[in-house]
Design a protein around this ligand. Structure first.
Ligand SMILES: Nc1ncnc2c1ncn2[C@@H]1O[C@H](COP(=O)(O)OP(=O)(O)O)[C@@H](O)[C@H]1O
Ligand code: SF4
Ligand SMILES: [Mg+2]
Length: 336
């Protein structure tokens, strides 16, 4: 994409703090997302990865203003989202597909009710016939047979339910979809099918995705660029192939090292980096670099100041004090 093009989604300094009751009269802010900035270009898929609890869902929900941002700016197609009218306008163009197809769909609604509901809410048809036609078109997009229209959600498998959820999301004709771990709850055997469907829908409908997953393998083929989060912060962002070939942040290196590599030679070269300790609580995050309590390369400076998120190679951003000093050795990823 040329640099003079306005990104579809432009996030700057986004913070989402949840007040948590930590005493009878005391609340402490839980910094679920802490000063995150990134852009997503039109037609692009940005993969967002990191362990459970690092703030991925909160980023997605806050972009859509399902949570009011604590701080930061969200621009959609160049326009700052501020007023209620802006949010309503945004909701017509941007939507979300949820992680769990078992709890996000009402099991007692029929497929046509579930897909038709957003059409009703946004008054997107002129006649009953047009409504049904649109429902059948949406079912066709996601590979569901028209005979399924009058069946209930509880009659379907996880993969089929996720297809129903996607058809529902597509009902408003969105441009941008936050896909929040849409395959994590599915059997591994059907994950690839559903990911391929997202890919095909993107081409057919010109969609832009923020595609969230907890592991790098899932987002690898669908993503143009990949962002890695740790404890509410973005630690690395680069083209998908670049992250695989040259992960620079010690946390991304460890995430990548746990991805199985089919080639035994690369597998030998890439010893698995096992992280010591658990992720700290976001209520009690370490000073300085959030990763320092688990980082093999941590130095004094890592406890003293938060490393800046900066461009370490063209188009490749990382937040680590020790990359440019050469203290973090290069890691050769699965593509080499
Ligand atoms: N509505 C909420 N109220 C309070 N804390 C929340 C809420 N939503 C998420 N959190 C906390 O914020 C952090 C990030 O959560 P989340 O965005 O769900 O992470 P992820 O999607 O990466 O697993 C976690 O510590 C989680 O417990
Ligand atoms: S800043 Fe320090 S602790 Fe953080 S990732 Fe880099 S080397 Fe590790
Ligand atoms: Mg989540």
């Amino acid at each position: 994409m040329s640099s003079n093009q306005t990104p579809l989604v432009d996030i700057r300094g986004l913070k989402e703090y949840f007040p948590i009751q930590t005493g009878a009269f005391k609340t402490t802010p839980l910094k679920a997302v802490d000063d995150v900035s990134f852009t997503i270009n039109r037609g692009e898929t940005l993969g967002l990865v990191g362990e459970s609890g690092c703030g991925k869902t909160t980023v997605g929900r806050t972009i859509l203003h399902l949570y009011k941002p604590t701080a930061g700016e969200i621009r959609y197609d160049g326009k700052l989202i501020q007023t209620k009218a802006d949010i309503n306008e945004l909701r017509k163009k941007a939507t979300m597909v949820f992680q769990d197809p078992y709890s996000s769909l009402n099991p007692r609604m029929t497929v046509s009710d579930i897909i038709g509901e957003p059409l009703d809410i946004h008054k997107l048809y002129k006649s009953k016939e047009e409504r049904m036609e649109r429902i059948l078109q949406l079912m066709d997009y996601v590979g569901l047979n028209s005979e399924h229209a009058s069946r209930y959600a509880h009659e379907f498998s996880g993969g089929q339910r996720q297809r129903i959820g996607i058809a529902r999301a597509l009902a408003v004709n969105p441009e941008f979809i936050v896909c929040d771990e849409p395959v994590s709850a599915l059997d591994v055997s059907i994950q690839a099918q559903v990911i391929n469907m997202f890919d095909e829908l993107q081409d057919k409908l010109g969609l832009t995705y923020l595609f969230i997953a907890h592991d790098l393998l899932v987002v690898r083929h669908i993503s143009d660029r990949i962002a890695v989060m740790y404890l509410g912060k973005m630690v690395e962002l680069a083209d998908a192939a670049e992250i695989y070939d040259h992960p620079m942040h010690p946390y991304s290196q460890s995430l990548l090292s746990s991805v199985p590599v089919p080639d035994p030679i690369t597998a030998r070269a890439n010893k698995r980096i096992v992280l010591s300790g658990d992720i700290p609580s976001p209520l009690n995050a370490p000073s300085g670099c959030p990763f320092r309590t688990r980082c093999r390369f941590a130095k004094d400076i890592c406890a003293q100041s938060m490393p800046e998120f900066k461009e370490v190679r063209p188009g490749h951003f990382a937040a680590c004090h020790c990359i440019e000093t050469g203290d973090v050795p290069p890691y050769h990823g699965g593509n080499e």
